[in-house]
Design a protein around this ligand. Structure first.
Ligand code: OXD
Ligand code: MN
Length: 596
């Protein structure tokens, strides 16, 4: 092992963890093509991967997880700080001592009969001042192959690590893939993550949610930057200038689709073009020019398959035609894949996500439809395959952010778009954000849950302090981005979506950029600035007359109800909630009272 690195810190840690987990051997991942092919070969032999039709889907594989290992398990996810208060009321907490002891019981000997892989990885371009290095130890080849797509991993990172001698220690074992012996533990004070008993991406690809959001958010507060659950996209304007925006939505609310949207015909002729920087995570810093700059720390997409098709996301359909790992989708007889909401009809027969023969229209004993793909089935694909990938993805400096957009899935409440009055009000809007639950979270679908900044499951410390940090960040900027809230999901009386969404969302982004550039005025409302309907370019879009007015309506009764929910949520932070947020709450309350 001595030949792999001269970082004593890394060597000592690997040795210690190997002693605990007792793997049969240790393999250091160098990031080469040959190494990847070898791992793929081994996975095909063990059945961890199924090779797909290499003519139609070159370099693509299918993986099936255990039946109860299909989504992030938030109830088994903990922030382990010495003081409980530092994890805050929205996180599960365990003391580091208890957490290490409990997890050790599961990790002990867990890698027997398996190889332990050492994956040095960089979140962000290797060597960028934004980037952070981690090392993941895992006994899952599937995890290694996914990490090779989702992060920059291998020798170049190891050399960088040796320069910095600083990294996040990430230990992962599938162990028995037993939900009763599953723990996803974060030790921000030790810069350490321990995850055991799950092979699901969000639980096991430790560079993603665990490092880039939970640990990074903790580091970001200390180092005065932001680690956020946000897409980053560039909007090339008709004059060729590119403006960048960052947007936060709860899991499975369409961040990926938005990040690579195709302009609708009516706007395409104007000359708009979209550049994708990232679809899930943004790391943002205030630069010496006093504005906010962002990078996407990831190198791939871990996207939700169901609903992905040529209409919802043509760029992604292109992206996942090669070098992609599919998880829990339907296997078709011709060795290609399918999921609910994919292009084309369902295959007459196939193998479902659990490996069982499947036909469309099948029902279970209760008469419920049997889905072919799991609702949270996924694909892992490199950003470089995306036709709209921004040329700035690899730039160490990132991109300047003009607007920050928050959004949720609200059937009735929130209008299509509104603009916060200023940064402080924007932080309030984001802190009060809520959404209806989707399949990416374990739990009841459809239930409304508060999800501040879409970070509820991902904030690695007390959220009251997180809000305070956001308020402070605004003060550090000469020109902070404007803050907006969008809702693509408003429905009419019969439950039908009022807004077509997808590419048409660019019409809303156009208004947002017009506001950033002071090109249009807006209407005041108690909740923020609302567009004049005439300022949203609807060229080429057929909407039933009156629809836009319905989409932009602010209904007093609904908001009076909403503020009760906000108050209840804010109260859980007790005295810790920043005073500014209560002030904003009270102002909203007053504005609503006098609103007709
Ligand atoms: C994701 C999630 O996978 O938010 O991005 O669950
Ligand atoms: Mn996400």
């Amino acid at each position: 092992m001595t030949s792999h690195t001269h970082s004593k810190k890394l060597k000592d840690w690997v040795t210690k963890m190997a002693k605990l987990c007792e793997p049969d051997g240790i393999v250091w991942i160098n990031g080469s093509e040959g190494e990847r092919r070898q791992l793929e070969k081994e996975c095909l032999e063990s059945g961890e991967l199924i090779q797909l039709n290499q003519e139609k889907l070159p370099g693509c594989f299918l993986h099936r997880t255990a039946k109860d290992d299909v989504a992030r398990t938030e109830h088994l996810t903990y922030i382990c700080t010495r003081k409980k208060h530092d994890a805050g009321p929205t996180n599960n907490w365990m003391s580091p001592r208890t957490a290490y002891a409990k997890a050790k019981e599961i990790f002990r000997g867990a890698m027997r009969g398996r190889t332990m892989y050492v994956i040095p990885f960089s979140m962000g371009p290797v060597g960028s001042p934004f980037s952070k290095i981690g090392v993941e130890l895992t006994d899952s080849k599937y995890v290694v192959l996914n990490m090779l797509i989702m992060t920059r991993a291998g020798d170049a990172v190891l050399r960088q690590l040796e320069k910095e001698d600083h990294f996040t220690k990430c230990l992962h074992s599938k162990a028995e893939l037993d939900i009763n012996k599953r723990l996803i533990l974060h030790f921000p004070e030790d810069n350490t993550i321990w995850s055991v008993g799950s092979g699901y991406g969000g639980n096991a690809l430790l560079g993603k949610k665990c490092l880039s959001l939970r640990i990074a958010s903790y580091l970001a507060r200390r180092e005065r930057w932001l680690a956020e659950h946000m897409l980053i996209m560039g909007i090339e304007e008709p004059n060729g200038h590119i403006e960048y925006i960052a947007a936060a939505f709860p899991s499975a609310c369409g961040k990926t689709n938005l990040a690579m949207l195709i302009p609708p015909e009516g706007l395409k002729v104007k000359g708009y073009r979209i550049w994708t920087v990232g679809d899930d995570i943004a790391w943002m810093r205030v630069d010496s020019d006093g504005t906010l700059w962002a990078i996407n720390p990831e190198a791939g997409f871990f996207g939700v398959a169901p609903g992905t098709n040529s209409k919802s996301n043509p760029m992604m359909v292109e992206t996942i035609k090669k070098d992609t790992i599919y998880t829990n989708v339907v296997l078709k007889p011709d060795g290609t894949v399918w999921w609910e909401g994919a292009d084309g009809p369902a295959p007459a027969e196939g193998i479902d996500w659990q490996g069982r023969p499947w036909k469309p229209g099948m029902t279970d004993a209760q008469g419920n439809p049997v889905l072919g793909a799991h609702p949270n089935s996924r694909f892992t694909a490199p950003i470089r395959n995306c036709p709209s990938a921004s040329f700035r993805v690899e730039q160490h400096h990132g991109v300047p952010i003009s607007a920050i957009i928050f959004g949720g899935r609200r059937e009735h409440l929130a209008p299509l778009v509104y603009e916060a009055f200023n940064w402080q009000h924007g932080v309030f809007v984001a802190a009060a954000m809520a959404s209806e639950r989707t399949a990416a979270q374990f739990g009841k679908l459809g239930e409304v849950r508060r999800d501040p900044m879409a970070m509820l499951p991902f904030c690695g410390y007390n959220m009251a302090d997180y809000f305070r940090h956001w308020l402070a960040m605004g003060k550090r900027m000469v020109k902070p981005p404007k803050i907006f809230h969008v809702n693509w999901f408003r429905t009419d009386e019969s439950g039908k979506f009022l807004w077509p969404g997808f590419g048409e969302n660019l019409r809303v982004l156009e208004w947002i950029l017009d506001r950033c550039n002071n090109k249009v005025r807006a209407v005041g409302s108690p909740i923020g600035h609302i567009p004049f309907a005439s300022d949203i370019d609807l060229t080429g879009l057929e909407l039933v007359p009156g629809t836009l007015d319905k989409l932009l309506e602010v209904r007093k009764a609904d908001w009076m109800e909403e503020i009760k929910g906000i108050k209840q949520f804010f109260k859980i932070f007790k005295k810790d909630l920043p005073e500014e947020l209560w002030l904003e709450f009270e102002s909203l309350n007053q504005r609503l009272k006098i609103y007709e």
